[in-house]
Design a protein around this ligand. Structure first.
Ligand SMILES: [Zn+2]
Length: 273
């Protein structure tokens, strides 16, 4: 992963493995002025008016090279469900109000840009190449602990395969999210992960707390990487951000750190090379 400092002041993160337009926004470079949303808040309902959020989306689009009017990003509800979208869906969420909820998108259409909103949850961007090596199928996933537990990563890969992608030709970027350093859970939830995902995926992703008996530190990014590998994506095709959103208040919003007094980041992918 590399940090990009755009000319307009926006700072975002890219993966060298993803061969099409994409980016994970940080909180830097926007026009939100309230202390808790300063400054690149990209979600409605967090204390900024709509014009401010749309101005931020435009700035992020300028920086990362996507058209803000073509983004789809609906209300997220920690489901494992994936929606196949196309040009007809562009603008939903930001420019066209929608009651639909969705935590994952897949498309083969370069006319639509997929957007996932997070502030600790794991954003995952995927791109599959066709036989000529061109970007052909994209997906964007919202994997919080619930989405991770219910396997949204596997559902996302399956949805890409149903649009013609081959797992061996899928590249994945797991973006900035709460790190194992900060994500403490109890034994009951750890057990749920082992039951749902199996020991092979879970065995290296939980570390016992040294100070709080019965508590564990969970590696959500690692769990999702193992899920992607179990779907046939080669380990070398997976790029994982080492940034912890909770540890870096200057660069990222974090729900666990700031609760409701926070903004929200956006991660996008579009099939244009
Ligand atoms: Zn941390």
């Amino acid at each position: 992963m590399k940090i990009v400092r755009a000319q307009n002041g926006v700072i975002f993160i890219k993966s060298k493995l993803i061969p099409c337009t994409h980016g994970f926004a940080t909180r830097v470079g926007g026009v939100s002025r309230a202390k808790h949303t300063a400054s690149l808040n990209l979600a409605f309902g967090r204390g900024n008016d709509e014009a401010t959020v749309l101005r931020n989306l435009k700035l992020f689009g300028e920086a990362a090279g996507f058209d803000p009017c073509r983004v789809i990003s609906l209300r997220q509800v920690h489901s494992p469900n994936i929606l196949a979208v196309s040009a007809a869906d562009r603008g939903l969420g930001y420019y066209t109000p929608s009651d639909l909820c969705c935590d994952g998108y897949v498309t083969a259409d370069p006319q639509v840009t997929l957007g996932i909103k997070t502030a600790d949850c794991v954003p995952i961007l995927l791109c599959a190449l066709d036989n000529s090596g061109r970007p052909a199928v994209a997906a964007a996933l919202h994997a919080g602990w619930r989405g991770t537990l219910t396997g949204i990563a596997a559902n996302g890969v399956n949805a890409m395969v149903s649009l013609g992608a081959r797992p061996g030709q899928i590249f994945a970027a797991i973006g900035p999210a709460i790190g194992q350093c900060c994500f403490e859970i109890d034994t009951g939830l750890r057990d749920e992960f082992f039951t749902a995902l199996g020991a092979e995926i879970c065995s290296r992703c939980f570390r016992p707390s040294e100070t709080n008996p019965g508590k564990w530190y969970a590696d959500l990014k690692g769990l999702n990487a193992h899920l992607l590998i179990s779907c046939g994506i080669p380990p070398g095709n997976i790029d994982i951000s080492n940034s912890c959103t909770c540890c870096n208040p200057a660069l990222f919003y974090s729900h666990r750190r700031d609760r409701e007094m926070r903004g929200t980041m956006l991660s996008v992918i579009n099939l244009t090379a």
